[in-house]
Design a protein around this ligand. Structure first.
Ligand code: SF4
Ligand code: F3S
Length: 265
């Protein structure tokens, strides 16, 4: 990685909650400091850049012009297709995505919103939200799904692209196999309880206190592919199931509309 060139990276944020950027900031291998000071030139990122207003937009335009055909475009958030729903510097999100994608060598769709539409695309989808791959069909795209994605999945794929000069191998949903190749349920530390038929029935019963399987409380991990049970979060400290909450399948397309784990009362 140290021998790699420092390519230009442009990060566009659309309909998102900034959780993906929060995840990026918590990566430790490589760390965000090492990534942006040593390995990439992060030329545009709403939340992280020092510049604002006209200077920020000028930096985006300059990077697109000077590194046309070479820069890596990262996108978080879904894209509203109803014009006027969301603009940046007076530019519709859809137009900004198209402009940014035109000169990109490759695109990383960061988070389930960019990858599959996510929460903004959930019914009734008032903004006409679409994912990156629904709108851009002529560029190589990798989807880093998750709400948000595991930090190492973001920086790991950037590091792979820098060192190998190519995007990593992906599954049928364009997710890198290194991070999304395994089922969360298959690697869950509560799996022995599932296999023995020991389930928590409520969030505060004896089974819950003993760490039994959360399947009967709606855990969606058997249909979910992600590295949460192995890489975990916060430098390997924990993940949703370890904190006592079933997986909501946040790395899968349309997870919000597929049926959540809560009932309205
Ligand atoms: Fe599988 Fe979820 Fe039970 Fe873990 S808690 S064993 S992931 S169903
Ligand atoms: Fe998401 Fe399930 Fe992991 S909710 S963070 S894929 S454990």
């Amino acid at each position: 990685l140290e021998q790699a060139r420092r390519p230009s990276v442009i990060w566009l944020s659309f309909q998102e909650c900034t959780g993906c950027t929060e995840a990026l900031l918590r990566s430790h291998a490589p760390s965000i400091e090492s990534l942006i000071f040593d390995f990439i030139s992060l030329d545009y990122h709403h939340t992280l850049q020092a510049a604002s207003g006209d200077a920020a937009e000028k930096a985006r335009e300059q990077a697109m012009h000077e590194h046309a055909g070479e820069y890596l475009l990262l996108v978080d958030g879904s894209i509203p297709t109803l014009k006027g729903t969301s603009t940046i510097a007076g530019i519709n999100n859809l137009d900004m995505l198209m402009e940014g994608a035109a000169g990109a060598a490759a695109i990383l769709a960061v988070g389930t919103c960019a990858a599959y539409g996510g929460l903004p695309k959930a019914a009734p989808n008032p903004t006409g939200a679409r994912s990156v791959e629904e709108l851009i069909t002529d560029k190589p795209i990798v989807n880093l799904s998750g709400c948000p994605p595991i930090p190492l999945a973001i920086t790991g794929v950037i590091a792979h692209y820098l060192t190998m000069g190519a995007l990593p191998e992906v599954d049928h949903l364009k997710r890198p196999l290194a991070f999304y190749g395994e089922n969360v349920h298959d690697r869950c530390y509560r799996r022995p309880f599932y296999d023995r038929g020991l389930f928590a029935e409520t969030f505060d019963d004896e089974g819950a206190r003993k760490g039994w399987c959360l399947y009967k409380l709606g855990c969606k991990a058997p249909e979910t592919y992600n590295a949460c049970a192995t890489i975990k979060w916060n430098q390997g400290v924990s993940f949703p199931i370890q904190s006592g909450h079933g997986c909501i399948g946040c790395s899968e397309p349309n997870f919000w509309d597929k049926g959540g784990i809560y009932e309205s009362v």
